[in-house]
Ligand binder design. Structure first.
Ligand code: ZN
Length: 130
């Protein structure tokens, strides 16, 4: 990784902040889904704070959560790359991903050129496929 140290630190903060926000969002959604599923008889939702991320993800099959879960997986993968020193390298061409792009999308896997190419050759997930 050839990012200057200061930029790497800032991006780590962006990743950690995004991860916390996503985890909170997902926990709230899960707690709400459980309340709706079990109703008042189940009492207050169990504290999800003790759950590991893996348990949390395994618990999620609601379609409206899949976007957050997908993003959380991507963020987790970005943390892993950061820990291993590969963060910020385009997975297709190996060049450094633009810092501004990483700030806006810390889980980005590709440089902007490769991403455009990728989106041309792969269906965008949100596009209707009829
Ligand atoms: Zn690239």
């Amino acid at each position: 990784m050839s990012l200057p140290r200061q930029q790497a630190l800032e991006l780590r903060n962006v990743i950690e902040a995004r991860r916390s926000a996503l985890l909170n969002e997902i926990r709230e959604d899960v707690a709400r889904a459980r309340r709706e599923q079990f109703g008042e008889l189940a009492g207050p939702a169990p504290d999800a704070g003790d759950q590991s991320v893996a348990d949390l993800i395994a618990d999620l099959d609601q379609a409206d959560l899949s976007r957050d879960v997908d993003e959380l997986r991507a963020i987790e993968a970005a943390r892993e790359r950061l820990a291993q020193g590969h963060y910020g390298e385009c997975v297709n061409c190996g060049r450094d991903i633009d810092y501004a792009r990483l700030r806006a999308n810390p889980a980005a896997l590709r440089c902007i050129d490769c991403q455009r190419l990728y989106e041309k050759t792969h269906a965008v997930p949100s596009a209707p496929r009829l």
